[in-house]
Write a protein that binds this ligand. Structure first.
Ligand SMILES: [Zn+2]
Length: 94
């Protein structure tokens, strides 16, 4: 009689996402961010523009919000409010 191999629970990879609550049905949703990659030259330009050290852009990648989202429950589409620049955040991403 063959031994039954004990099934192990699969593992999952977690990734960054934006959470939001649907204004129509109150469903809590999570939406993937959009990854933007910068070349080393672009990293240097960004650092110069925002007065930062290029190491702040060393990963060459940022995550940004999508412009619109859709509720997973009621399927209604919504535009995403732009970010307000943060106090001393030199990037002030919008
Ligand atoms: Zn909804």
């Amino acid at each position: 009689m063959a031994k039954k191999r004990k099934k192990s629970n699969p593992k999952v990879n977690l990734h960054l996402a934006f959470g939001w609550k649907c204004p129509k049905c109150s469903q809590r949703n999570f939406t993937d961010g959009i990854f933007i990659e910068f070349s080393p030259d672009e990293q240097k330009m960004m650092a110069a523009e925002y007065g930062c050290h290029p190491s702040q852009f060393a990963t060459g990648q940022i995550i940004t919000k999508p412009e619109a989202v859709q509720c997973s429950k009621c399927n209604k589409d919504f535009k995403v409010k732009p970010d307000k620049p943060h106090g001393n955040d030199p990037t002030g991403w919008e």
